[in-house]
Design a protein around this ligand. Structure first.
Ligand code: GUN
Ligand code: ZN
Length: 449
């Protein structure tokens, strides 16, 4: 065996997904984490003696989990606007384009103020960590220094993160919240360079054209080139509302479709994640499949802003990678558990509208929240399930946590425990959160406020 040192060993129930199976339940399993925070082995509890010899750990180091506990992979938020956390839970009375102008842009303009940015970014990273989000793909604002600060805060609190400085050189409604094409390009380059220079192990930059509506064609082209030259991620929005799709048609008359606008500018790659996609045609989904680009399904936002209903079943049929996003604050909840419930609900609404529709199962939604998200962000070599060699990104869940939202009357099967947690659980049930083997929740004294 490898000579890496085992640092943690847990014995109990583990639940996770694979590409082949949405839910695998491992009862009385034994999982070891090495000093680098990666999973060294996962075996059966009854083989503990042999495993302890093979991997050189002492039996007294094994931490036994309780009856109502299980480990699941950390959840992945494939789309969240960190600055918008400041008004989460409010301002959901307008359709997208008016909502952006009235609420979103004025709030985001305030993030020129680094003190304010520090306060909100601390709050959102802590809240999402407590909610079990071990990996988050963030939009920041157009401000480079505040965006770098978000990267620093995610690193310091131990969250795996993609962070994007937002680009928008076309915003007719706000003189105070837009950039010139040149600023947008130069500041994106500075953002990437300075974030990479920090050498944060799990925080990376992502090229972030806000959406086609807020970017000129030259800027879209430049951002496609920047992503390619630096071999980095890309994120944006696509086909969220009917009005938005119609404006894109007007602004880009030479493009066959909304998807074509991005594809023309080399913005669809296997490191691209696009939020929403409610109104994509089968032809557009095929283009996603061919380029390896993925979708972030944000069901809370889609319903809260009355945007649309994404047909996840059809996305899966096209073999397009897909994960869940909170889309704070179009979505009012910063919890992927909430996104999972909304995804089920949206699928049930589609079933009501269309009898015979194949409703998503809770197992499938569990996979979207974990492995699916990691695939959507092309981070599935690092995270997403308990495969040996991946980082130990995990939630220790106690379904019967004292003072928590769930009452149990007897010992339930782990599948029942997981289903109850997905439907009824909250952060009170998430008793520990690990990212790359490091315990990031509960917060240490240093990170406590
Ligand atoms: N499209 C462009 N910007 C945004 C945003 O901030 N939120 C949502 N939901 N859609 C967008
Ligand atoms: Zn969004």
């Amino acid at each position: 065996e490898e000579s890496s040192t085992i640092e943690q060993v847990y014995r109990g129930t583990f639940v996770h997904s694979t590409p082949q199976t949405p839910l695998l339940i491992l009862e009385d399993a034994l999982l070891g984490v090495n000093t680098h925070g990666t999973i060294a082995f996962i075996g059966e509890g009854k083989h503990v003696k042999r495993l302890s010899q093979d991997f050189k750990f002492s039996l007294s180091d094994v931490k036994q989990m309780a009856q109502h506990e299980f480990f699941m992979p950390g959840m992945v938020d494939t789309h969240i606007h960190a600055p918008q956390y400041s008004y989460a839970g409010t301002a959901l009375d307008l359709p997208l384009l008016q909502w952006l102008n009235k609420y979103t842009f004025p709030v985001e303009a305030h993030f020129a103020d680094l003190k304010f940015a520090q306060q909100i970014y601390n709050q959102v990273v802590k809240r999402t960590l407590r909610n079990g989000t071990t990996t988050a793909c963030y939009f920041a604002t157009i401000h480079t220094d505040a965006s770098l600060l978000l990267g620093q805060i995610a690193n310091d609190l131990g969250q795996r993160a993609l962070v994007g400085k937002v680009c928008m050189d076309r915003n007719d409604s706000a003189k105070t919240y837009k950039e010139t094409s040149q600023e947008s390009q130069e500041e994106t380059l500075r953002f990437i360079k300075e974030l990479l220079e920090k050498k944060y192990p799990r925080v990376s930059p992502v090229v972030t054209p806000r959406f086609a509506l807020s970017c000129t064609e030259p800027l879209l082209g430049q951002l496609g080139a920047i992503a390619k030259n630096n071999n980095i991620h890309i994120q944006s929005h696509i086909s969220e509302t009917v009005d938005e799709v119609n404006v894109v048609k007007e602004l880009f008359p030479d493009s066959k479709s909304y998807t074509d606008v991005y594809n023309k500018h080399n913005l669809l790659t296997d490191k691209t994640v696009m939020a929403h996609g409610c109104y994509l045609s089968d032809e557009e989904l095929t283009l996603f499949r061919q380029t390896g680009a993925s979708l972030a399904h944000c069901p809370n936002s889609n319903v809260s802003l009355c945007s649309g209903l994404l047909d996840v079943r059809n996305v899966l049929k096209h073999k397009v990678k897909i994960g869940l996003g909170t889309d704070v604050a179009g979505g009012y909840s910063a919890s992927i558990l909430d996104a999972a419930r909304r995804a089920l609900e949206t699928s049930k609404v589609l079933t009501i509208q269309n009898p015979g529709y194949k409703t998503l199962t809770f197992e499938e939604v569990f996979r979207l929240a974990t492995l699916g998200g990691s695939q959507a962000l092309s981070l599935d070599k690092q995270t997403g399930n308990f495969e040996v060699g991946k980082d130990f990104d995990a939630l220790r869940v106690n379904v019967a946590a004292p003072g928590g939202p769930i009452d149990l009357i007897k010992d339930e099967h782990p599948k029942v425990l997981l289903e109850k947690f997905l439907n009824l659980g909250d952060d009170r049930n998430i008793v520990e959160v690990f990212v790359a083997g490091k315990k990031v929740v509960p917060f240490t004294e240093k990170t406590q406020e």
